[in-house]
Design a protein around this ligand. Sequence first.
Ligand code: FES
Length: 124
Amino acid sequence: MGIPQPAFYIFKCQQSTPPGMPKPSCVTPQSQDLYQHLGQALMQKGIIGTVQPIQSACLNRCNVGPVMLVEPGHFMYMSMTKEKIDRIIDEHIIGGNVVTEYLIHDELWDEAISPSAMMAQMGR
Ligand code: FES
């Protein structure tokens, strides 16, 4: 028997912009410990082996940050807090029920365009 693949990957945007920049970012003094909280919460539940937290660069939804992407499924959660992370772990990751009220709104997260369709649009 081989090494099991993770059941979930959780990408937490860890991008921060320098002070004074107009562009928002997901890591601010108020949100800088969210990734650590995510890892600790997964460890406390004993599921860090099958749920892989990943620090990511900008996920291109800065205006509703801090954001967190759960795979599989392309579930993008917005405006993260420690309380929201705890609930997502309990209800989505463990319970199997997506926490729809925390998901990014549809107008900011429309259906993906396949790479082949995008190439066709570009005439390539
Ligand atoms: S800085 Fe986090 S989505 Fe852009």
